[in-house]
Ligand binder design. Structure first.
Ligand code: F6R
Length: 607
């Protein structure tokens, strides 16, 4: 759960590393460090805290001269966030430095072995075994030592390594953690994410599991785990550099909320032609669709809630039972999954450890697997039989927004695509595809029609608790709305299926208790109205989310959020937008660190 960067070239390495680490801070931000090689000496500088503290300590890199180096931003897993536990870690002889993203599962056994060999440990991290193993195996050739070391490691790792005996060289190793090489002119880079590279180069190489690279100023060589050199394809990054920056917004989260019309459009546009949904990447799956007896969606957090929202469209249109399972639960539940199951794993980052493990479990049980992923070349994408990318672009804020809406949109498209193949004569599929095509416009309208949100946030931001209620598709959107509120504003927020209130939760509703009632599904509107009346008669203040012309709801609610009218089956992708904005403004009122909420990280690579 960390970010790593590396550089070799003609520039001073430290400022380049620090700039890259700032872009990766979303992956973890409790401590940071760099190691820079000057001639044949390695100098390490580390801090507890954020990259800004490292910049201060190194005078923006000026105090650590040298043109080759590696850097790390950490989210603690093994050992507290202290300077000792921060990376890079040094070998006992001070000649090798390592940064690591991932977890070494067998580190305890390795540590004991290395202690017996006389190595001293300075940290509590799992990572430190790597650098001592490298020293142990090093006989004048880093490549050989890396291969021998990698053979001993179990778990996931992206590594950056420098060795004082090989000035100007940086090594990068990938096993089940993302790692990308950046190809410059007379300089080369590596990073956990392309956002750390795009200001230097748009030519990148995606390393695969089991591969490692040797970078110098003028060469890039990639090897497989046996040391055989392999040819790799260079990919061009087409994102606007601005896309990885804040673009004038106060926070990445707000920028990403505002980007949703464009992001959802990018998800849909290549996939609908003449009223039909097309997925070239799923051609191989089409012949198997009639034999699929059930669909299981698995994911974590917001991606799981995206699954909850998409389930309605999949079940309604495909007439196949759809289960939505938390990835962290599914893998331990001896799931009833077999070759008649299609498993859809959803993940923005594609690196969520629980989702990866659930996907592996389902594959072993013979299921066909389909990944809905944003990050190209990520682990979830490479594990699944089929991958559909959400094309949301880089998402930097820890709290997902466009990641969620594009995931939900892909599920709508999949529902239509499967239905077109399973029941081509179904009436109205073309019209539904047209409705999905209008989602970008409706999301924009939902942004534009809620100018009162900052004022509502000012009214509600001190409430100790917020309840989100809704039925059916409204309930699915409420789940994600409540998660957004709690993770960035730190208010206690709970989503309830509105019909469940009277089975216990209504005991918590008293004078001035805010209840956010989602009322955008006509099939359950009367029932939702009754639930609003129930909570109002116990003193609740109701903030209703509905259509502008919904007179019944307008007349009972205290405050209002609006969306344009959208067919309920496809409305969660629009309903969530005012709730994201509400969470954002409540968090802003509360002075929270919106892009980096406490205790959270963007990419959850631990189970
Ligand atoms: C909430 C949030 C998390 C993620 C979850 C899964 O705003 O971002 O709940 O949705 O950690 O992450 P991915 O989609 O990367 O697998």
């Amino acid at each position: 759960m960390c970010g790593i960067v590396g550089y070799t070239g003609a520039q001073n390495a430290a400022p380049v590393l620090l700039e890259g680490l700032k872009k990766l801070e979303y992956r973890g931000y409790d401590s940071a460090g760099i190691a820079v090689m000057d001639q044949d000496r390695i100098e390490v500088s580390k801090v507890r805290g954020r990259i800004a503290a490292l910049c201060e300590k190194t005078r923006d890199g000026a105090s650590v001269p040298g043109c080759t180096g590696i850097g790390h931003t950490r989210w603690a897993t093994h050992g507290a966030p202290t300077e000792e536990n921060a990376h890079p870690h040094l070998s006992n002889d001070g000649r090798i430095a390592v940064v690591h993203n991932g977890i070494i599962e067998n580190y305890i056994a390795l540590r004991e072995e290395l202690l017996r060999e006389g190595y001293h440990f300075l940290s509590e991290t799992d990572t430190e075994v790597i650098v001592h193993l490298l020293e142990y195996y090093y006989r004048g050739n880093v490549r050989d030592a890396l291969i021998k070391t990698a053979n001993r490691l179990q778990g996931s790792y992206a590594l950056g390594v420098i060795c004082a005996d090989e000035p100007g060289k940086v090594y990068a190793v990938r096993e089940a953690s993302p790692l990308i090489l950046g190809i410059g002119l007379g300089e080369h880079f590596f990073a956990s994410d392309v956002t750390a590279l795009v200001s230097h180069t748009r030519s990148v190489i995606y390393l695969e599991d089991g591969e490692f690279a040797e970078l110098s100023a003028d060469s890039v060589r990639v090897f497989d785990c046996s040391g055989r050199e392999i040819a790799k394809k260079t990919t061009r990054i087409l994102w606007d550099v601005q896309a990885a920056e804040k673009g004038g917004y106060e926070h990445f989260m707000l920028k990403e909320i505002m980007e949703q019309p464009g992001a959802v459009k990018a998800t849909i546009a290549p996939r609908i032609r003449d009223g039909k949904v097309l997925f070239a990447e799923l051609e191989g799956l089409v012949p198997h669709l009639p034999s699929i007896r059930k669909i299981v969606i698995t994911a974590c957090g917001s991606a799981y809630y995206a699954g909850c929202a998409g389930k309605y469209a999949l079940e309604r249109l495909c007439r196949v039972p759809v289960g939505v399972e938390l990835a962290s639960e599914l893998r331990y539940s001896d799931p009833l999954i077999d070759s008649g199951t299609l498993v859809i794993a959803i993940s923005q980052s594609g690196e969520t450890a629980d989702t990866i493990a659930a996907l592996r479990e389902c594959r072993e049980r013979g299921a066909a697997t389909l990944a809905v992923v944003n990050v190209v070349g990520s682990s979830v994408a490479s594990l699944a039989d089929y991958t559909v990318y959400t094309w949301a672009g880089p998402e930097i804020a820890v709290a997902t927004t466009k990641g969620y809406t594009t995931q939900v949109t892909v599920l709508y498209l999949l529902a239509l695509f499967f239905a077109e193949h399973l029941y081509p004569d179904t009436f109205g599929l073309g019209r539904m595809a047209e409705t999905v095509q209008t989602l970008p416009r409706r999301i924009q309208e939902a942004i534009d029609m809620n100018a009162s949100i900052p004022a509502l946030a000012a009214k509600y931001h001190r409430s100790p608790a917020l309840f989100f209620i809704g039925r059916n598709t409204d309930y699915a959107a409420a789940l994600e709305g409540a998660l957004k509120m709690k993770e960035i504003s730190y208010l206690h927020a709970e989503a309830y299926a509105a019909g469940e209130l009277k089975h216990g939760t209504i005991a918590l509703i008293g004078e001035h208790q805010p209840v956010i009632a989602l009322c955008c599904n006509p099939a359950v509107m009367e029932k939702s109205l009754s639930n609003i009346v129930e909570v109002k008669s116990r003193g609740a203040e109701v903030l209703a989310l509905t259509f502008r012309n919904n007179q019944k709801i307008l007349s009972v609610a205290d405050d209002l959020l609006f969306i344009p009218e959208v067919e309920a089956l496809f409305s969660a992708a629009v309903e969530i937008v005012p709730l994201q904005l509400l969470a954002y403004h409540v968090a802003r009122e509360n002075g929270c660190d919106i892009d980096k909420p406490k205790n959270l990280a963007k990419s959850v690579t631990v189970e």
